[in-house]
Design a protein around this ligand. Structure first.
Ligand code: PHE
Ligand code: ZN
Ligand code: ZN
Ligand code: CA
Length: 472
């Protein structure tokens, strides 16, 4: 039996406003245009910090702490959760500034960083005011964009890189193993506006990885040719790399000499250093190529925006006790509220385990049903997942039209959030497990709810069993 055209039209019209896109759907990500004007203003600020503090921003000198405090205050104002992490070095106390955007799955962290310190001989505007200003502006632009990241974005501004990657090593060595494991990628930006620029990409892993390739393709799409360079652990990504965390980065060149072939493809001057002021007092606000800066910050933006949405999978749900009562429905509707008859041991649909389950839909007449349970998620948890098993069978034959749906919802006071919508198009007659991150509800009492809706013919059965809300 096929639905009449009129029926199809009506059905579509009725559900069109109600059906939400599943949160797991791939979202098209547009790359931002990171403002070179704003980034240049950050560089002016770093120059003036150096100028008013003896001409440098070196570890243990006031120009470094002033740089760190200034970066931190910009990120605080934008809504980041920030930390000033201090550590000692042979040149005195230094600091890392760590900033995390408060949204996104904390089990999947995408980290972007740059060193904020200069050498003692100068203000360090290309090395590495440029990377710091670019990463800072990208973080500020992300905060202002209203994007909701799938993953957790974290930014690091390292102290004492010039003393041997001291800050980044201190950071990774002081991360608990479980926290290290959550960092999916570290992106490094050190010297991105060299006055005679090259366009180098690296990852310190000659076999390559996805992120370096993404940088290469991004530049190619902007008609900028790149070269792979083995930087031999000369910047902060090496600290992450040594723990097995994938890394990638870009580099406009330091003391190395531009070849004639490179001058042909990139412009600039052959047989001259990429940055003749590298580690010298002349690495000032005049020591920048703004075209390089502009291209490089857009590449940072491209990577941050895209990796924010990258699908790293649901991860392993935390293994703490199940906070739901009667989670497999084996005591019938006990602890579950909603439409009577939804929790059933009817022999016509198999349970995932035992005999009882929640059967939404299956009637083939216009109707809605729901079942739900209230649960308090402690404020102190660091991970919280909702998992469930679902099987879907249907008499609908369409491969394109949604007629019947079930929604997995979280009711938080007056706000109902749909975590996923499944429909007759998701027919799947073996049970599959779904996982949702519900950490955003820590400290709240929420209702986990399943809401089924059918149209007037051709049943779809959504059978849910063995629901768990676990935390750690
Ligand atoms: N980290 C080096 C410095 O700060 C510069 C560099 C960056 C070298 C990236 C190679 C690759 O002096
Ligand atoms: Zn340096
Ligand atoms: Zn550097
Ligand atoms: Ca059961």
């Amino acid at each position: 039996m096929v639905k009449s055209p009129l029926y199809g039209v009506l059905g579509t019209a009725l559900v069109a406003t109600a059906v939400l896109v599943p949160t797991s759907a791939a979202q098209a990500v547009v790359s931002p245009d990171i403002s070179v004007t704003n980034t240049k203003a950050h560089l002016d600020q770093l120059q003036s910090i150096a100028t008013s503090n003896g001409g440098n921003r070196y570890t243990g000198r006031p120009g470094y702490l002033a740089s760190a405090n200034w970066v931190k205050s910009k990120l605080d104002t934008a809504g980041y959760t920030t930390t000033l992490q201090s550590f000692s070095t042979s040149a005195g106390t230094s600091y890392n500034v760590i900033a995390e955007w408060p949204q996104g799955d904390a089990n999947h962290v995408v980290m972007t960083g740059s060193h904020l310190d200069s050498v003692s001989s100068g203000p360090g505007i290309n090395d590495n005011g440029s990377g710091s200003a670019g990463v800072l502006e990208t973080a500020l632009a992300y905060a202002a964009s209203g994007q909701v990241p799938k993953n957790r974005l974290r930014f690091g501004f390292w102290g004492a890189e010039e003393l041997g990657l001291v800050g980044s090593k201190y950071y990774v060595n002081n991360l608990p193993a479980a926290e290290r494991a959550k960092i999916e990628l570290y992106l490094n930006f050190d010297m991105i506006a060299s006055p005679n620029p090259g366009y180098f990409v690296y990852d310190d892993n000659p076999a390559g990885n996805g992120a370096r390739d993404d940088l290469t393709s991004y530049f190619t799409s902007k008609s900028v040719q790149t070269e792979y360079i083995d930087v031999q652990g000369r910047s902060d990504h090496a600290a992450f790399r040594s723990l097995g965390i994938p890394t990638a980065g870009t580099f406009a060149g330091a003391e190395g000499i531009k070849t004639s072939a490179q001058a042909t493809k990139w412009g600039g001057t052959a047989n001259t250093a990429y940055d003749a002021c590298y580690h010298r007092s002349c690495d000032t606000i005049s020591n920048l190529n703004l075209t390089s800066l502009d291209r490089q910050i857009d590449a940072i933006g491209h990577m941050v925006w895209n990796y924010a949405q990258k699908d790293y999978g649901p991860g392993t749900p935390p293994t703490g006790p199940n906070l739901l009562q009667n989670p497999g429905f084996e005591s019938g509707a006990v602890n579950w509220t909603g439409t009577s008859g939804v929790v059933t041991n009817s022999s016509s649909k198999p349970a995932h385990a035992g005999t009882y389950k929640a059967w939404l839909g299956g009637k083939g007449v216009t109707s809605t049903q729901n079942t739900g349970q209230s649960v308090a998620i402690p404020a102190t948890v660091t991970a919280a997942s909702l998992t469930l098993w679902i099987r879907i069978d249907t008499n609908e034959t369409t491969t394109s039209t949604v007629y019947d749906t079930v929604k997995v919802q979280v009711v938080d006071g007056a706000t109902t959030t749909t975590l996923a919508t499944y429909s007759n198009l998701n027919k799947n007659t073996t049970y599959t497990q779904k996982t949702f991150n519900v950490l955003a509800y820590k400290g709240k009492t929420i209702t986990v709810k399943f809401l089924g809706a059918e149209d007037s013919s051709l049943q779809t059965s959504f059978v849910v069993d063995d629901v768990a809300l676990t935390t750690s």
